[in-house]
Design a protein around this ligand. Structure first.
Ligand SMILES: *Cc1c(COP(=O)(O)O)cnc(C)c1O
Length: 215
């Protein structure tokens, strides 16, 4: 893992943050990357996230990348670095409430649906704008960008088109708001395309850790 991680890091543009997606992976595997100075890790299940956060070094920045139920926000509010999966008004209200209890401002990304698959979570652009505007009235949630997942397909031109669309949305709000900095797009199989289309945060799991038995 060491050589492939370092080789990959070397190929990335300086402005691109590498998020190591450690879901289903052991604490030992996470520590192996941590010891190579990888400090940002992403998880998609609250229970797994809180167990790992408890047991692993406290300077790790934990990202929540999976669908988040409002009733579970309280468990991650004390420490979460960035929530990629903001997808409802109910969720932002709860994040705001729990962040206030912890005397924090929690940063988040609006998850926008760009793929044409039924199963993918995410907002339409219109819904995203509505939540974005609403968050401006809240003191403990700060929207700092957007996140999306392309369709799981071999069709490179389709993926490219979806990423380009997300980048267009990103620039629309970024041009009016200096707080908007993060465009989270690209996974193991499509991160090169994503970077070409303007991504500055890629979420890599299997490419770093090897294939998962399940998700
Ligand atoms: C699992 C997951 C990833 C990483 O997927 P890989 O294909 O293993 O790189 C990225 N983003 C989200 C939202 C995920 O759930």
């Amino acid at each position: 893992m060491k050589e492939s991680y370092l080789a990959l890091k070397n190929t990335l543009p300086k402005n691109v943050t590498l998020l190591a997606v450690s879901k289903t992976k052991s604490q030992e595997e996470i520590l192996e990357l941590y010891n190579l100075n990888q400090k940002e890790f992403g998880e998609n299940k609250v229970q797994e996230l809180i167990e790992k956060q408890e047991n692993l070094p406290k300077d790790i920045k934990w990202h929540m990348i999976g669908h988040l139920q409002a009733n579970k926000v309280k468990y991650i509010a004390p420490f979460i670095h960035l929530i990629h999966s903001i997808d409802s008004l109910k969720l932002v209200d709860e994040i705001n409430k729990q962040a206030e209890k912890n005397n924090r401002v929690i940063e988040g990304l609006l998850q926008i649906k760009i793929a044409d698959e039924e199963t993918k979570y995410g907002l339409s652009w219109e819904e995203a704008l509505e939540i974005y505007t609403y968050c401006k009235t809240l003191n403990h949630v700060k929207i700092v960008g957007i996140m999306g997942m392309a369709t799981n397909t071999q069709d490179q031109s389709k993926i490219k088109q979806e990423f380009a669309q997300l980048n267009k949305y990103f620039n629309t709000i970024k041009n009016e708001d200096v707080a908007i900095e993060i465009l989270s797009m690209g996974m193991s199989h499509d991160y090169v395309l994503a970077i070409n289309e303007g991504s500055n945060l890629i979420r890599l799991g299997s490419l770093l850790f090897g294939n998962r038995a399940n998700n």
